[in-house]
Design a protein around this ligand. Structure first.
Ligand code: SAM
Ligand code: SF4
Length: 342
């Protein structure tokens, strides 16, 4: 189904429509698998990172993103690993911002753990970024260090301050972790909404092997929502992002709260997105193994014909949906979230 924006500003090349009639308008791009933190649900303590030569260069990342924009992608989200640890990343934002200026892109955005925001917030704002997601699971410094295995909460809070000072709208993403931050969900909502930040809660997804069992960490958001409803008045909001989030307004705070529930609610029918890894693999579904290599066709020639053909072929293979099941002993998908890009 085409949106009003598609009709206003048609793409230069054919739009990307999958076999189920879903229009792909959103690309998430992982620019690195590296990170300065080791969140317990995301990475193992001893992650093996890719050799740097495997990564797409910044020019290649721009080439792939621009090919998607030509084919009707309206939103780019830069993610990782931790995207801000990638050297010269602001150069990529600068070059991609030309699509915003040309009106062929609606949004260029970022998901970050916030540790380096202090340094980069103003640069991001100057390159056309208007809102960002900051992942933060607790406001307790000791707990933050435990969950991230090394992080300094004060540094992230300074980053959030810098982002707001630079005029960026900040959304806080928190993974709901059983027995870890359950008791903080209400205070975190009050804190975020008190600072005019929306918040989204995320269910742990079974991606990649990590040390403690994920079944132990899994806290169904259906349970969280029930608890919140006894404390707050939650009004369902109609908005859909084409993603797995559903939103409510909390009447007492006036802020928005999202629930990302891949395991308790199937969100695939309206899926508008695909994900590019930092090595140029395109995943058509976060929860399936199938991927298309875009790096080889891109490197075969200076022109983009082979790249664009590979993209079209990949979209024609986008599956109907995922099949995550948290109770399985093994992860449903062997790669970590930091590889595919959250
Ligand atoms: N490093 C950046 C950050 O933390 O925002 C961007 C990448 S991170 C992989 C993106 C998001 O994925 C974060 O909000 C993180 O909490 C979430 N995430 C990582 N592993 C997850 C998992 N197994 N289940 C659910 N969310 C996960
Ligand atoms: Fe790094 Fe983000 Fe994964 Fe945490 S969730 S380890 S910050 S990539």
């Amino acid at each position: 189904m085409l949106s009003a924006t598609d009709l206003m500003s048609p793409p230069a090349a054919p739009i990307l429509m999958d076999p189920f009639g879903r229009h792909v308008t959103y690309l998430r791009v992982s620019v690195t698998d590296r990170c300065d933190l080791r969140c317990v649900y995301c990475m193992s303590e001893t992650m093996q990172f890719l050799p740097k030569r495997e990564l797409l260069t910044l020019e290649e990342l721009d080439r792939v993103c621009s090919a998607f924009v030509r084919h009707g992608v309206r939103k780019l989200r830069i993610t990782g690993g931790e995207p801000l640890v990638r050297r010269d990343l602001m150069e990529l934002f600068r070059s991609l911002s030309r699509h915003l200026e040309a009106g062929s892109l609606d949004e260029l955005t970022l998901t970050t753990n916030g540790t380096l925001l202090d340094r980069f917030a103003a640069d991001l704002a100057a390159r056309g970024v208007r809102r960002i997601n900051v992942s933060l699971d607790t406001l307790d410094p000791g707990r933050f260090r435990e969950v991230t295995r090394r992080g300094d909460l004060a540094q992230v809070l300074r980053g959030i301050d810098a982002a707001q000072r630079a005029g960026l709208r900040v959304k806080i993403n928190a993974v709901a972790l059983k027995g870890v931050n359950e008791d903080e969900i209400v205070p975190m909502i009050e804190w975020a909404h008190g600072r005019s930040m929306d918040m989204t809660l995320i269910e742990v997804m079974p991606l990649g092997d990590i040390e403690p069992g994920r079944v132990d960490q899994f806290l169904p958001l259906s349970v969280v929502r029930e608890r919140l409803a006894s404390r707050f008045t939650l009004t369902d909001l109609p908005e859909r992002s084409g993603g797995p989030a559903r939103y409510v307004r909390i009447e007492e705070t006036g802020g928005k709260l999202g629930f990302i529930t891949p395991l308790t609610h199937n969100f695939c029918e309206g899926c508008n997105r695909v994900r590019l890894t930092c090595t140029g693999q395109l995943f058509m579904c976060l929860g399936q193994e199938d991927a298309a290599d875009l790096r080889a066709p891109m490197r075969m020639s200076e022109g983009d014909e082979k790249l664009e053909a590979a993209i079209a072929d990949a979209i024609s293979r986008k599956p109907r949906g995922h099949d995550f099941v948290i109770e399985r002993a093994a992860p449903a998908v062997a790669r970590h979230m930091s590889v595919t890009g959250g």
